[in-house]
Design a protein around this ligand. Structure first.
Ligand SMILES: Cc1cc2nc3c(=O)[nH]c(=O)nc-3n(C[C@H](O)[C@H](O)[C@H](O)COP(=O)(O)OP(=O)(O)OC[C@H]3O[C@@H](n4cnc5c(N)ncnc54)[C@H](O)[C@@H]3O)c2cc1C
Length: 589
């Protein structure tokens, strides 16, 4: 039976992190939309938890960051990673810390990370993040969010997508006619039925994640997010387990925890839930630890990217378009960044300030970036076996051999010193994963809604750790604090949250300011102009260090804070140059 058909510009399928973020961003852009999620509530699984600096910049732009910081882990409560033999026990190999590393912009990394962004990273597990995002989405679009609604079927027509939706409370179906559909469905429905090929290795490992409550305040510390366990019995760090604090109190008094064990997908033991609690207690060497298991979940590890991200009027986003190992925490972060890239483009196309061609740049921009991210995540995942080797663990070796390797590692004398030095150096290569500052901020769009100015991209750091700010088109606008009427604003604040472009220029940029007004009027697009040194002050000289333009140059910034175009100097006809650049970006060239 059909009730109340709906006509709407955008239908979002999926109420996970990517779909809910899409809804928040579209509401801020003033785009009417409907989000449907087949489950009655947000996810009960802890899943992803690390929200990197780029994601928090996006949430800051869209007015969500403050709510997340209020409840998420402060950096001093999660800015380190450690490798240990166990938490408890009193054997000669128990409770040994093998190594500790600053991570995610914490501790020794903090000053560098803070210089590059108006925000820092936080940690907030998905099972708590999703309800928060849902509240934010419902506040902005009270009638836009429908849980317990499932898209059963759909067809593409000349006018967009017509979907059949089941209200699972009433068992009634209705039709949604949408101009565009965002498939943020985790790859469960739309992509497979459209025959989208997910390219890359799949079914690599079954990650079994156990979410539990326990008091570990005696054994944890206040600064560690993840403890990796390495011991002779584990054979590998993934097999031995990695443990993550899950809050809601942060630090040693965290109430909840997750331990991840990796199983081979053909290992029948992986579904033996009875064995999980004894295994957990054995891993921690805390045989009498009272603990309450909430959920044991399975997660098949892939490194796959969709061959097509746009199919007619349907766009794949988040896990629907890419799935990768958890290492470097790029899964959810990349999905939120997909939503950010797609939604400003949808807003401009739907308001007729851009043509449909702008939407093609979603795939040409996001697919290469997400492919690089998936490869990086896989590399960082595999690098844990380098750590295993670096501390002397030999997979398949008899237990006595691996036990002897651990005794040697902790022995006195020259050999012990050498083995510990090797362990330190080897484990430090995992900065690929935990200090991936350039991976998180330095990715750029080579092809898309950007105009190449013929300059060469700065070289990327080979460890992924050192980010180089640049205003080269296709790159994220560098952050610099500016003074404005006694207040401090970031260069990132110039685009605001409603989808305006920004033009940043210098003390001699008056002609660009005039050109921006003309371009804005001609193309019907808001452009916020910041003349630095005139209406904004470069109070700590950061902009002059990262801006890469002369006093008469200009940088055109997209609503997602990526540089669309720049002129490093003045121009004979600024109005023509700026208007044609903007028209090209908007697919109106
Ligand atoms: C058990 C588990 C543990 C994980 N752990 C980690 C981790 O530790 N670190 C990490 O980085 N990542 C982890 N991930 C991955 C991370 O959670 C994902 O990258 C992230 O959830 C992707 O968000 P998304 O919104 O794209 O997709 P999802 O979160 O999968 O959301 C998609 C939503 O679409 C809904 N849906 C599908 N089809 C329909 C339909 N036809 N109609 C209506 N709704 C539909 C689904 O019900 C689902 O809620 C884990 C994933 C799982 C499953």
């Amino acid at each position: 039976m059909s009730v109340g058909d709906i006509d709407i510009p955008v239908l979002i399928v999926g109420g996970g992190g990517c779909g809910l973020s899409s809804s928040i961003f579209l509401s801020n852009f003033g785009v009417r939309h409907l989000l449907i999620e087949r489950h009655a509530s947000t996810s009960f699984l802890p899943k992803a938890h690390y929200l990197n600096q780029r994601t928090m910049e996006i949430y800051r732009q869209h007015g969500v960051a403050e709510a997340i910081y209020k409840v998420g882990a402060p950096i001093e409560r999660f800015g380190q990673i450690r490798w240990m033999t166990s938490l408890g026990g009193d054997g000669p190999l128990d409770r040994k810390e093998i190594h500790r590393m600053d991570a995610f912009g914490g501790y020794s990394l903090r000053e560098r990370y803070e210089a590059d962004s108006p925000v820092i990273a936080t940690n907030y597990p998905q099972l708590r993040l999703e309800p928060l995002l849902r509240r934010e989405a419902e506040t902005r679009g009270p009638d836009s969010i429908r849980y317990h609604h499932e898209m059963l079927d759909w067809e593409q027509t000349d006018a967009g997508v017509t979907a059949t939706v089941l209200d699972r409370d009433t068992e009634e179906t209705f039709t949604v006619r949408a101009r565009y559909l965002v498939a943020a469905d985790g790859g469960k429905t739309v992509g497979p039925r459209l025959g989208v090929d997910m390219v890359g290795p799949t079914n690599m490992v079954d990650m079994v994640s156990t979410h539990f409550t326990a008091d570990l305040s005696e054994y944890w510390d206040d600064n560690t997010l993840i403890t990796w366990f390495l011991n002779p019995e584990g054979e590998s760090s993934w097999g031995a387990g990695a443990m993550v604090q899950m809050g809601p109190t942060w630090g040693r008094r965290s109430e909840e925890w997750v331990v991840h064990f990796a199983f081979r997908p053909d290992d029948p033991e992986r579904f033996n839930e009875e064995a999980i609690v004894p295994r957990l207690r054995e891993l921690l060497r805390l045989p009498d630890l009272p603990l309450q298991v909430h959920k044991v979940s399975h997660w098949i590890l892939d490194r796959i990217v969709a061959d097509r991200w746009r199919i007619g009027d349907i766009f794949l986003a988040g896990d629907a378009a890419h799935r990768q190992p958890p290492t470097t925490g790029l899964g959810l972060n990349t999905g939120i960044q997909d939503a950010h890239n797609l939604t400003w483009k949808l807003a401009h196309v739907l308001s007729c300030s851009a043509t449909d061609a702008l939407l093609d740049t979603y795939e040409s921009e996001r697919k290469p970036v997400s492919t690089d991210g998936a490869d990086w995540a896989l590399m960082a995942f595999g690098n844990h076996t380098v750590i295993d080797a670096g501390i002397g663990l030999v997979p398949g070796a008899p237990l006595e051999a691996n036990t002897a390797a651990f005794h040697a590692l902790f022995s006195d004398g020259m050999l012990g010193d050498a083995l510990r030095a090797r362990a330190r150096e080897t484990i430090n290569t995992q900065r690929f994963e935990f200090q991936a500052h350039d991976v998180e901020l330095g990715f750029h769009y080579r092809q898309g809604a950007v105009i190449d100015d013929g300059s060469v991209a700065p070289s990327r750091s080979d460890t992924g750790t050192v980010y180089t700010p640049t205003t080269r088109p296709g790159h994220r606008l560098p952050h610099a604090w500016l003074g404005k009427d006694e207040a401090r604003v970031s260069t990132h604040d110039l685009v605001e949250e409603e989808g305006a472009f920004a033009l940043v220029t210098g003390t001699d940029g008056g002609p660009w300011a005039v050109a921006a007004r003309a371009a804005s009027e001609k193309l019907g697009v808001a452009i916020n102009v910041a003349q630095i040194g005139v209406d904004y002050l470069d109070t700590d000289n950061t902009w002059s260090a990262v801006g890469q333009i002369e006093a008469d140059g200009a940088v055109l910034v997209r609503p997602d804070n990526y540089v669309a175009w720049r002129s490093q100097n003045g121009d004979e006809d600024p109005e023509h140059s700026l208007t044609s650049a903007l028209a090209t970006i908007l697919g109106r060239g």
